[in-house]
Design a protein around this ligand. Structure first.
Ligand SMILES: Nc1ncnc2c1ncn2[C@@H]1O[C@H](COP(=O)(O)OP(=O)(O)OP(=O)(O)O)[C@@H](O)[C@H]1O
Ligand SMILES: [Mg+2]
Length: 404
């Protein structure tokens, strides 16, 4: 079917989405709360470009997150049965009769984003992407066709997404425009749901996730985003010792069990390799710990014993009889334990291999007195074990008991 290039399809946007849609700025930046309708708007804009013969990419921070875009786009296609849009699952793309195309991509490998001239790019949840995805891959790809971009995300501290958003607030930057919307601005979301979330979430989390506030690091938090970003690497060097830190949980329905894998290199620098924290029965988390131990060829499991030390060892050994487990006891307060580790980050001697969003949020937001931070605890146990014996950490030695 030949397609009329002047086709207009009513994508049924709500009023705030339509404001963004109608704006002529080439680069549009939207900081909005959860469920505002960011992804829906991005899908509609990609389709509009492709309906007019253009090439658009939907880019998500990771492959699993890109499925949101894939499903949203497939849903819109289903609403346009007469248009003849071909869904190409293998290529994760949609081909339009007039030559237009929409492709779904993941930014965790910026190299996969190179090499094609684009008319439009949507960067969904881009506060969770590395800035290089934009600066080195997508921005150049838009150059030959003078393409545009939509940046949509919930905020994540004062990172590069905030910088782009600020650009959009400057009147002299005529190519850029930015908006900020809250979850309640989506008329399709029941306000009672939002109030229910407000009631259970820590206020900082609610402000960031539902009110789209660009939050600075919590004033009393022991880590800063800037340290995490400065130390981030794509690959770890050869590591001398690797451990799995575990902050066990006593019940299946209570706290999550913190599981963080870290190692140190020959010069004593710290590398965080994985965050496999999960909520579940002791058997479930024990399986996860053993899987983490094998996945990273770890030397030892370091588990906090305060929640019933013998139980922790017994549960782990039920999954793997000879698992090397070292139990550690919290004799000092959480913040006191964490301080020497945060100091190692501040000195630039700690590196995250990749991006661990939930762990990093916890590090930069937990303040003494908040509910127990399971990921932070697991990291602190692992890092303390790795760094203390070499005399790298200052302060009193930790009390450790090795389970026999
Ligand atoms: N214009 C619209 N018309 C009808 N429903 C809409 C519209 N925009 C969004 N929705 C609905 O609102 C909900 C949230 O939309 P969407 O997933 O796009 O939001 P989001 O801001 O990307 O959310 P998240 O923060 O979870 O990624 C979905 O159920 C979606 O179907
Ligand atoms: Mg979304």
């Amino acid at each position: 079917m030949a397609i009329d290039r002047n086709i207009t399809i009513d994508f049924e946007l709500h009023e705030r989405q339509r404001r963004i849609w109608n704006d002529p700025a080439r680069f549009r930046v939207v900081a909005a709360g959860r469920r505002f309708g960011k992804s829906w708007l991005g899908c509609a804009m990609c389709f509009d470009v492709a309906l007019h013969g253009g090439r658009a990419w939907w880019v998500a921070p990771s492959y699993p997150m890109s499925n949101v875009g894939w499903r949203g786009l497939a849903q819109i296609r289903a609403q346009l049965p007469g248009v003849g849009i071909d869904l190409r699952r293998g290529e994760r793309s949609f081909a339009f009769p007039g030559g237009g195309e929409v492709r779904v991509k993941s930014a965790d490998n910026p190299d996969s984003l190179r090499g094609e001239g684009l008319d439009f790019a949507v960067l969904d949840e881009c506060a969770y992407m590395k800035p290089e995805a934009w600066t080195e891959a997508l921005r150049p790809a838009l150059s030959d066709r003078k393409g545009g971009a939509l940046f949509i995300s919930t905020p994540r501290g004062l990172n590069w997404f905030r910088d782009l958003w600020l650009l959009g607030q400057l009147p002299e930057q005529s190519e850029w425009r930015s908006w900020s919307f809250k979850t309640v601005d989506n008329p399709f979301i029941d306000p009672a749901e939002i109030e229910a979330a407000r009631a259970i979430l820590p206020s900082r989390v609610f402000r960031q996730e539902y009110e789209a506030d660009f939050m600075e690091d919590a004033p009393g938090a022991l880590w800063k985003r800037a340290w995490l970003d400065a130390g981030r690497v794509l690959q770890a060097p050869e590591l001398k010792r690797i451990v799995v830190g575990v902050d066990p949980s006593a019940s299946a329905t209570g706290d999550a069990c913190g599981i963080v894998v870290a190692g140190k290199d020959a010069s004593g620098e710290l590398y965080v390799l994985d965050d496999l924290t999960l909520q579940g029965s002791p058997e479930t988390w024990a399986r996860q710990v053993v899987a983490a131990y094998h996945k990273h060829k770890a030397d030892n499991v370091i588990a906090e014993a305060n929640q019933g030390g013998e139980m922790v060892t017994a549960v782990l050994r039920q999954v793997e009889r000879n698992l090397p487990v070292k139990l550690v006891h919290a004799t000092r307060g959480k913040a006191t334990r964490a301080e020497p580790i945060s100091a190692v980050y501040e000195q630039g001697r700690a590196h995250h291999v990749g991006d661990f969003a939930a762990l990093e949020d916890e590090l930069c937001q937990w303040e003494a007195g908040d509910a127990s931070p399971n990921r932070l605890d697991a990291l602190v146990w692992a890092a303390t074990d790795l760094l203390q014996p070499a005399g790298v950490l200052v302060g009193k030695p930790r009390q450790a008991v090795t389970a026999r």
